[in-house]
Design a protein around this ligand. Structure first.
Ligand code: ADP
Length: 464
């Protein structure tokens, strides 16, 4: 139990560690791909900008600049004419709105870039955004129309004098920083691009490593499950073997001690002078020796089966007859007292069977029906019929029944539902194993249906 728990905990822990390591690697790869993606489009757009300026002598904002030059002269005047602070603020707002609209609407850069990306086989559908950092109107003096918080204090220009992009734009790709100065205005703005399906594009790129790590986690999980199940199975078998040895010792000891006691009895002078007693004791010894022999033969036979193929000595027999014989001899033997209802009718079907094994199989089912019962009288119904070239025999009892978990194992070697050393019902856990082996050797099978407290039905199907 302790070992099993340790293995389970270690296994689960190593799988969790594996998952965390894989997750760590995947996150790393994802971040790297993300950065590479941004870098790729950053470089690409820089190339595009220099291509445009070389070939077309523009930065994509010619119209904007033209419009702003016209507008700024008038705007400066209007600012100076403002009567009070309120009017000044309203005017500043108008100017900022106008500039923002013009910069966004009248630029050709986005179209140029999209075209440039598309021609080179890259993603051409992107969203752009323009962030104005600083707008000042200049005549004799300078009037600040707008200055973003970042530009004003937080953002320290780097060595090139370029301010770092605002926090909310970090996930976007900065194409360029545009500082303009004209006769009547100074404008500084950033141009960003962003791909709405960026995550999908990166996912596509990482899908191979993602797939591999999922697969490796799955494989390790499956391997762990198999190993753990094997361990459990080994443990179960070893428990069964221990039980079997205990039960067998008990089974062998009973006839042996009877023989020992009988031997001692024979030594007594008063017994030796009594012929009837001698005969009775001799019979007892004989009976117990036969029982002992049967037990040993059974064990030997089972171990023989493990090594060699099951050999059947088949003969064609009328099944009704064989069934009658088996039941009659059972009744005259250990089955005394049980009320057996013979409800079978095989319509004179002739079947190829190994009579010895078939008899053993039915006998085992009958003696279990008697053994595992606390009813008086024990009632056993034996049904039988032929259907679709199959022979069906049902042995039903009104005994203690078998619970669902045990039903799965009762045909296993050495398995006993009353596990351990409980000798209320004696046995070695081999009877049903025998039944199953014999049914299978005849090309058939045996199944059970049972309810604890109600009884059990064993169904043997044999093809013929
Ligand atoms: P054994 O009788 O030697 O224990 P078997 O292989 O014949 O071994 O049976 C395996 C187990 O199946 C038994 O220990 C018993 O618990 C259960 N079993 C078998 N037949 C019956 C039955 N007719 N009714 C209830 N339990 C049964």
């Amino acid at each position: 139990m302790k070992k099993r728990n340790t293995v389970l905990i270690l296994g689960v822990m190593s799988i969790l560690i594996l998952i965390s390591v894989q997750a760590f690697i995947i996150i790393g790869i994802w971040q790297q791909k993300n950065e590479m993606f941004a870098l790729r489009y950053n470089i690409l757009s820089k190339d595009a900008l220099s291509f445009i300026s070389r070939r077309m002598a523009t930065d994509g904002f010619d119209t904007v600049r033209f419009l702003l030059r016209q507008y700024s002269e008038q705007a400066v005047k209007e600012l100076h004419e403002a009567k009070d602070e309120k009017e000044l603020a309203a005017k500043k707002k108008d100017i900022l709105d106008y500039v923002t609209t013009v910069v966004n609407k009248e630029q050709d850069l986005s179209e140029f870039l999209s075209d440039y990306f598309g021609r080179r086989g890259f993603e051409k559908n992107f969203n752009y955004s323009i962030v104005i950092n600083d707008l000042e109107m200049i005549s004799n003096d300078t009037i600040v129309v707008y200055r973003s918080q970042d530009f004003a204090n937080r953002r320290l220009p780097d060595r090139s004098g370029k301010p770092s992009p605002p926090e909310s734009y970090r996930s976007k790709i900065l194409v360029n920083w545009f500082p303009w100065e004209d006769n009547n205005y100074r404008l500084v703005f950033d141009y960003f691009i962003d791909f709405s399906d960026k995550q999908q594009l990166i996912l596509k790129e990482t899908s191979a490593s993602l797939g591999m790590s999922t697969l490796s986690i799955l494989l390790v999980g499956i391997m762990f499950m198999i190993t753990f199940r094997n361990l459990m199975e080994e443990k179960r078998l070893s428990n069964l073997k221990t039980d079997f040895i205990n039960n067998m010792t008990h089974e062998l000891k009973t006839p042996l001690s009877t023989i020992t006691v009988a031997g001692k009895t024979l030594e007594m002078p008063q017994i030796r002078s009594n012929d009837a007693k001698i005969l009775e004791t001799a019979k007892l010894i004989g009976k117990q020796s036969v029982h002992l022999n049967q037990l040993i033969n059974m064990i030997l036979e089972i171990s023989m089966w493990e090594r060699t193929q099951f050999q059947l000595d088949k003969r064609t027999v009328e099944i009704d007859e064989i069934m009658n014989d088996v039941i009659n001899s059972f009744k005259s033997g250990g089955g005394n007292g049980a009320s057996i209802n013979q409800k079978y009718n095989f319509s004179g079907a002739k079947v190829d069977l190994d009579i010895v094994y078939f008899t053993t199989m039915i006998n085992n089912l009958l003696s279990n029906a008697v053994k595992y019962s606390d009813q008086d009288p024990v009632v056993i119904d034996i049904e039988g019929f032929t259907a679709d070239n199959n022979l069906c025999i049902k042995v039903a009892d009104n005994g203690i029944g078998i619970n669902k978990t045990d039903q799965k194992h009762i045909f296993d070697k050495f398995y006993r539902a009353t596990t351990g050393n409980i000798h209320k019902f004696k046995g070695l856990g081999l009877g049903l194993y025998y039944v199953k082996k014999i049914a299978e050797a005849h090309g058939g099978d045996v199944t059970v249906s049972s309810k604890p407290g109600k009884g059990s039905i064993f169904t043997v199907i044999l093809p013929y």
